[in-house]
Design a protein around this ligand. Sequence first.
Ligand SMILES: NC(=O)C1=CN([C@@H]2O[C@H](COP(=O)(O)OP(=O)(O)OC[C@H]3O[C@@H](n4cnc5c(N)ncnc54)[C@H](OP(=O)(O)O)[C@@H]3O)[C@@H](O)[C@H]2O)C=CC1
Ligand SMILES: CCCCCCCCCCCCCCCC(=O)[C@@H](N)CO
Length: 339
Amino acid sequence: MPLLSPSFAALAALIAILLLVPLNMLFSKKWDPRGKHCFITGGSSGTGLQLAIQLAKRGAHVSIIARDKGRLEKALEEVECARQNSAQVFGAYSFPVDSEEGSAAALKAAADPHGGRCPDALFLCAGMSKPGFFIEQTGETLRNGLQITYGAQAFSALAGAKEMVKQGIKGKIIFVSSVLGFMGIVGYSNYTPGKFAIRGLAETLHSELMLYGIDVHISFPATIFTPSYVEENKIKPKITLKIEETDGGKSPEEIAASILKGIEKGNFHITSDILGDIFRGSTAGSSPRNNYLVDLVYGLIGYIGFPIWRKSVDSMVIAHRGEHQAYLRSKGIPEHLTF
Ligand SMILES: NC(=O)C1=CN([C@@H]2O[C@H](COP(=O)(O)OP(=O)(O)OC[C@H]3O[C@@H](n4cnc5c(N)ncnc54)[C@H](OP(=O)(O)O)[C@@H]3O)[C@@H](O)[C@H]2O)C=CC1
Ligand SMILES: CCCCCCCCCCCCCCCC(=O)[C@@H](N)CO
């Protein structure tokens, strides 16, 4: 009698394959952007612009949305250089997307050259960060922070989902959060909450929009070397800059490529580097996983590594108290508010 019957061995092999290979890769066809209309908010700069260029190179129709017309025009020229065929339609549209009206108007303007047909994929990259200490915030800056992180993507998703459902388009919605949608550190009180909120919305929509065959993805990049990263660093608290030194950072080209790769693999949570993978594996909870076995390994690395990292971050913050007190005095924060 053999130790393993052939049917048992076959069953064991099948289970091993199912555990190792993500289910979505076994059963779904790779997403091909060729001939699809991709709508990209924040498409005039950084990650959004690189997505626009890479999608154009792969034969997609591309619409980029942002507010500043000058930057949009320059960006459109770059997209044009990536053209593969004369049938591709490229457009740049100036709208603020942090309201439902602005988002709906942007969507309508982008759909017009396509006979009113809603775009097939919405890449929601609009967003920005103005780091600073919490006690320097006001009701207005906290509200603005949520508006420009959460609002700038939620309202586009809302306008887009309504239109896709109305037109029966089985499209895609891709949100761009940040590793600061997984965890929080000093200096980001008007940004991190919005990036967490995007994760909540994406997970809700991943569950709800399958009613209509619409796919939802969310990306969590760490530092990206973009124009606004240079700007945010000018006002970023020194302690925040120090904590971020651990993160090497990536170019917007690399982040855009990893987002497209994540979509092709059918990943719900898309991460672009090992740090992101560890945060993803450690915080997944009941979120759909990319690969049960590999994610478990990332989760274990985080389970051991994060308490050590967090302790070192806490020590850095406490060691910064003296410098912070001097900073507060220089800003005229009354003595009794300091420590
Ligand atoms: N850079 C980084 O280190 C990281 C960035 N991210 C996130 O990635 C996304 C892209 O950032 P990044 O690649 O740095 O890009 P940039 O900051 O360089 O570009 C931001 C884009 O969004 C547009 N935008 C901003 N606000 C609005 C608005 N209200 N309505 C319409 N368009 C708007 C800007 O154009 P305009 O101002 O003309 O409207 C611009 O095109 C953001 O959501 C950001 O939070 C995540 C992790 C790290
Ligand atoms: C084993 C575990 C080791 C863990 C090391 C963790 C290091 C974390 C570094 C923090 C990176 C913050 C990037 C912020 C990106 C962003 O969204 C802003 N630039 C805003 O635009």
